[in-house]
Design a protein around this ligand. Structure first.
Ligand SMILES: *Cc1c(COP(=O)(O)O)cnc(C)c1O
Length: 464
């Protein structure tokens, strides 16, 4: 399979390069040249298959001849071995036609483990014959950093420098990163905000003096292979039903729900795709009014969705304009010049054919956490609650009918304060984290200055 940039002004690449790629050189995002099809017989077999087997089938459709399905299966088995349930992404009944898919059974209790672990394995494959490893530099506001550090710890093909804003992430989130004792992992606690961290990472990627010494890589959610790995659980969940099923995903960067769209294009029997947002509702406004206009991000109890630019929406727009890179460049230029994009009637109809959207206020999130504890005896995290509030509203408006799977993207114990404030019950960390608060932390404190961070990276790198 070849991959093209949405902006149409970069050379196309193969699967191996797509594994390692971030943004395309023209500023676009990579998309597969076409949607590979999973045959109905194969899909039916998914109901009986293990999660790594389904992952091997779905990824093999994207990898083409570059890597065999048997090899992908070995990588997937390694990626998912540390999950605490062999189902990897179990689906539980909430009553009626509502179901919840638990995506938080990995090492850092959030759904980002699912794709990041597969990506780390594929990095090892892609860099097998390379002479030097990749230096991954990232910024995290919580979940991505932990998933990346756990996935790449001990890897011979990559090292990770992860910046987080000092004192601005939860203790559980920080300790999941800083207690990992591996020589190829360096945590940097930056005196500043998440935006400062992101700004420094962006500057470092453009820094010639760093690039002269190191082969830099990124692992954020614009990487195509992360989305491909997320499409897997839409297939495993859909295989449980005789009829098409709808999905609702708590949405920030639009990566997870776009993976659902990819699964649908590949043949998964998906009915509606519900975009669930918190008060940072740019995607709901875009779908409802046709105007995509970032504003200021508000802090909420679901911080992994406190995002005002939904980067992966560019991929859907590319589809909606009939994969016309010129039209897409025009829209992105409008956004850059005027701070907004106005979607045409055709684009809006294209999106509405598959997607619907709803938002949840902070009060509604808290009420939902209480309600699910009462009705199902289950604690859910605030991100998961956003999804369930949206599902209720989408049923009321008639957008979603029949069976619907809402995605549980984090374990409640990852956000204990918000869950306790809403329900009066403090969620306990699973037993395997018993030592988390006793283990030593390793991190380097640094001011929010590019020069200081560059010096730390060059001093600590294994690959200089
Ligand atoms: C990242 C994240 C999301 C949002 O996923 P996107 O792919 O950015 O839409 C939702 N919930 C949790 C817990 C997350 O970590």
């Amino acid at each position: 399979m070849r991959y093209f940039s949405t902006r149409g002004q970069a050379p196309d690449i193969g699967f191996r390069e797509a594994v390692l790629a971030g943004l395309a050189p023209d500023g676009g995002l990579y998309m597969p040249a076409s949607w590979p099809q999973i045959a109905a017989a194969d899909r039916a077999a998914f109901a009986q298959a293990t999660f790594p087997e389904v992952a091997a089938s779905v990824l093999s459709a994207f990898a083409g001849p570059e890597i065999s399905k048997a090899e992908l299966l070995i990588l997937a088995q390694r990626a998912y071995a540390p999950f605490d349930t062999p189902e990897i992404a179990p689906v539980v009944d909430l009553g009626g036609d509502d179901l919840l898919m638990e995506l938080f059974h990995g090492p850092t209790l959030a759904f980002k483990d699912v794709a990041m672990r597969m990506l780390a394995q594929l990095y090892g494959w892609a860099l097998d014959s390379a002479t030097r490893g990749k230096t991954i530099i990232g910024a995290t506001s919580g979940d991505t950093g932990g998933a990346a550090i756990h996935a790449f710890a001990g890897s011979e093909s990559a090292e990770v420098f992860m910046l987080h804003p000092r004192g601005r992430i939860s203790d559980v989130q920080r300790r999941m990163m800083t207690t990992v004792q591996a020589a190829n992992i360096v945590n940097i606690a930056v005196d500043g905000t998440f935006d400062d961290c992101q700004g420094i990472v962006k500057a470092l990627f453009a820094d010639a003096s760093l690039k002269a010494h190191l082969d830099l890589g990124g692992v954020n959610s614009i990487n195509w292979v992360r989305l491909a790995a997320q499409a897997v659980y839409y297939f495993t969940a859909a295989a449980r039903f005789e009829c098409p099923v709808s999905f609702v995903a708590p949405t920030g960067n639009f990566g997870d729900i776009f993976a659902g769209y990819a699964a649908k294009k590949m043949g998964a029997p998906v009915a509606r795709l519900g975009v669930a947002v918190n008060t940072n509702d740019i995607m709901r406004r875009a779908i409802a009014t046709g105007v995509y206009e970032p504003s200021k991000a508000f802090p909420t109890s679901s911080p992994s969705m406190d995002i005002q630019v939904a980067s992966n929406f560019e991929r859907l727009l590319f589809e909606a304009v009939g994969r016309g890179a010129g039209d897409l460049r025009g829209l992105m230029q409008d956004l850059e010049d005027g701070g907004r994009m106005v979607l045409s009637g055709d684009v809006r109809r294209f999106i509405a054919a598959d997607f619907c959207a709803e938002r949840a206020s902070e009060d509604e999130v808290a009420a939902k956490i209480r309600e699910v504890l009462k009705s199902a005896g289950m604690l859910i995290d605030p991100h998961t609650a956003v999804g369930l509030v949206a599902l209720d509203k989408l049923r009321t408006s008639g957008e979603v009918k029949g069976p619907a799977v809402s995605l549980a993207t984090a374990h409640p114990a990852k956000f204990p304060d918000a869950v306790e404030a809403a329900s009066g019950v403090r969620p306990a960390l699973p037993a395997r984290f018993a030592g988390l608060f006793a283990q030593d932390e390793r991190m380097i404190n640094a001011p929010a200055r590019i020069d200081d961070i560059r010096t730390i990276i060059l001093e600590q790198s294994l690959f200089v």
